[in-house]
Design a protein around this ligand. Sequence first.
Ligand code: ADP
Length: 317
Amino acid sequence: LGPTICVGEILVEIMATSVGEGFLAPMDLAGPYPSGAPAIFIDQCAKIGGSAAMIGAVGRDDFGRLNLDRLAADGADISAIAVDPDYPTGSAFVRYRADGARDFVYNIATSAAARLGWTDRVADLVGRAGHLHVMGSALSMPGAARVIERAAEVVKRRGGTISVDPNLRKELAHDAATGRLFSDLVGICDLLLPSGDELDHAAGAAGTDAALARLFDRGVKEVALKQGRAGATVFAPGCPPQHAPAFAVTELDPTGAGDCFGGAYVACRRLGMAVPVALTYATAAGARTVMRRGPMEGAATRAELDAFIAATPRIAP
Ligand code: ADP
């Protein structure tokens, strides 16, 4: 029916190589790495072999070039990414604390990403898209939120499908209007990909059973729950849950795991794979991501995932 599209922030990530709190003294940093949850999702989608296209904006600078070159090299359609002559590509500095929490310094609100809007190229792409993936993080940018709202209408009208990853970031403000839009999108989505307590939050109900019942009542057809080192479980109305344990790997950098999981899962399902097959690829994509520093560095082709799956044991339940 047409490509999978995703709208939102394209960034570089620059990360501290030492564990600790904040950025109040000089330190060694690694990066820039291509990043932004929607971009990571689309990159993994494209690498699997599904037709995938990104809607976003970068500055006319090296950080933008880095992202455009990576996405294009990995097979994503970048024709609807605007290059803003006046504003820089967004950036996120991240440092991990000993307990796994992260400190961020974001430059998104004053970056090209925040000036993302509806253009002729966006209209052309949305008009032929078969699937829209919504990243909750993108909804905190008013320009992106409007594009997503309009794209959802167009894609739904032409019989396409929608997936939503709540991807809630406490660092990025969410006001009441954003909350309403998020809830509306959950109500029209076919597939929800929450992690942890995002399931309850997206459903507006407490506890897995109540949350799933509420979501299925609202018309959601499939929920892929991401459970970190516990793997992932897919729920669908009237079907027994289907679980995949995680692969046994050493975690170096957890950023991007959920985005790569989602990119692989959506791409595989759209290619017609059954839930257990898609789950295997998606948990493999998530595991490869946490093994590497940089959020997009673990994104993998189907052949790379096949090799990884054959060589890597699962964590025993
Ligand atoms: P999110 O990043 O959205 O919070 P998760 O942390 O659950 O999502 O990661 C997504 C998927 O990546 C998980 O379902 C799991 O399959 C895989 N994954 C995440 N962390 C690990 C890990 N430490 N070891 C192996 N696989 C992992």
